[in-house]
Design a binder for this molecule. Sequence first.
Ligand SMILES: C[S@@+](CC[C@H](N)C(=O)[O-])C[C@H]1O[C@@H](n2cnc3c(N)ncnc32)[C@H](O)[C@@H]1O
Length: 186
Amino acid sequence: MIVKSRYYEVINEIIEKIDIDGKVCVDCTLGNGNDSLKILSNMKDGFLYGFDIQQEAIENSKKLLEKNGFSNFKLIKDSHSNLKKHIDTNVELIVYNLGYLPKTDKNIITKPDTTIASIGEALELISGSGVIIVVSYLGHKGSYGERYALDAYLSKLDQDKYLVEKREFFNQVNTPPVVYLIKKRC
Ligand SMILES: C[S@@+](CC[C@H](N)C(=O)[O-])C[C@H]1O[C@@H](n2cnc3c(N)ncnc32)[C@H](O)[C@@H]1O
């Protein structure tokens, strides 16, 4: 479908369209590893770094990726605000799926300060052809503050340096997620 009705359709289309073969990609919010699996399934060679602050997320993701035959990844139990501490190479795709890990502690959530700090580092690591995807949800505690911070920060990125697109499922009820797409202007 050209017009999407779900956030993951946007992610799927981008992963399929940009060439991540042989490149480095980053999943900044591992959770259960579903986004990481999607990324690895769409590259032949290449390498994935995954971040999460919860041990459970690291273990769940490791299990899922290994079960599917992948070993070309490194999962890091640290905040995504420390991206550059762990990665010093150009990256082709960086994905954030914000909020909390479903069916676990709803108090362990992504937060405005660390999310914005991380996107700042992601902008330094992303390659000229690369894309940063940020999926933002509303409804949980702290979510409106994070959305406000994202809107404020991303709307102020220098338009001569970056393209920022904000996709909304405009007529859907119950505060659907929005997807921000960020790319360097070449
Ligand atoms: C909505 S879930 C991610 C879903 C996941 N991408 C998937 O495919 O299952 C959000 C995740 O972000 C993690 N998280 C929260 N703050 C973080 C931070 N500062 N750095 C890295 N991960 C963080 C949470 O622990 C949680 O697992």
